[in-house]
Design a protein around this ligand. Sequence first.
Ligand code: GRF
Length: 217
Amino acid sequence: MLKIGVLASGRGSNFQAIIDAIENKNLKASIEILITDNPSAFAIERAKRHNIKHIFINPKEFATKDEFFKKVADELKSCGVELVILAGFMRIVRKPLVDEFPNRIMNIHPALLPSFPGLHGQKQALDYGVKISGCTVHFVDEGMDTGPVIIQAAVPVMPDDTEDTLSERILSFEHRIYPEAVRLFSEGRLVINGRTVKIKEQHGVPSNIVNPPFRQE
Ligand code: GRF
């Protein structure tokens, strides 16, 4: 069974979506550890409720970012983690972690990459005036939201949207595609070739995009 390690800095609703997928038996995996860089992250409460090991690693205790990420990598390795999930983790990961888990770190971003990387992807989309935004699960490299794309969901932007309403609509799709991407990985169905991630089909159904109905739920 796939052993997962999760890194989170805050609310942890995507962490929860993966917990739920495992508990509902939609995903055959186990979460071995939650690591936070923020002692008041609500994700810690979620870990406690589901008896998941959790540790806080204080970035301030390390002289450099690389040393912090070396410590993170060591903790993940000591738990036998095979796939690292970034779930609202507010730091750009560095070489010591990426090198330890090549093509084995995933992130979710609240926009259709390569559009609107970095912070506040939903506000960037609104300010730009796009009519469709969405969310992206991608493998992580050392750049900011630059790794190979795994799955995307397209989400409409409504004329009266605020950052909050758009974020909420996108989040409901994040909670669908993140567990789905992890499931595809756990089934050995993600084939990476350079920037491209091919999804091996099952029963002839491609599953690399989720299209919502174009109406307000
Ligand atoms: C999500 O919008 C995710 O796309 C972004 O950070 C937010 C985390 O939310 N990377 P949560 O902590 O999973 O609720």
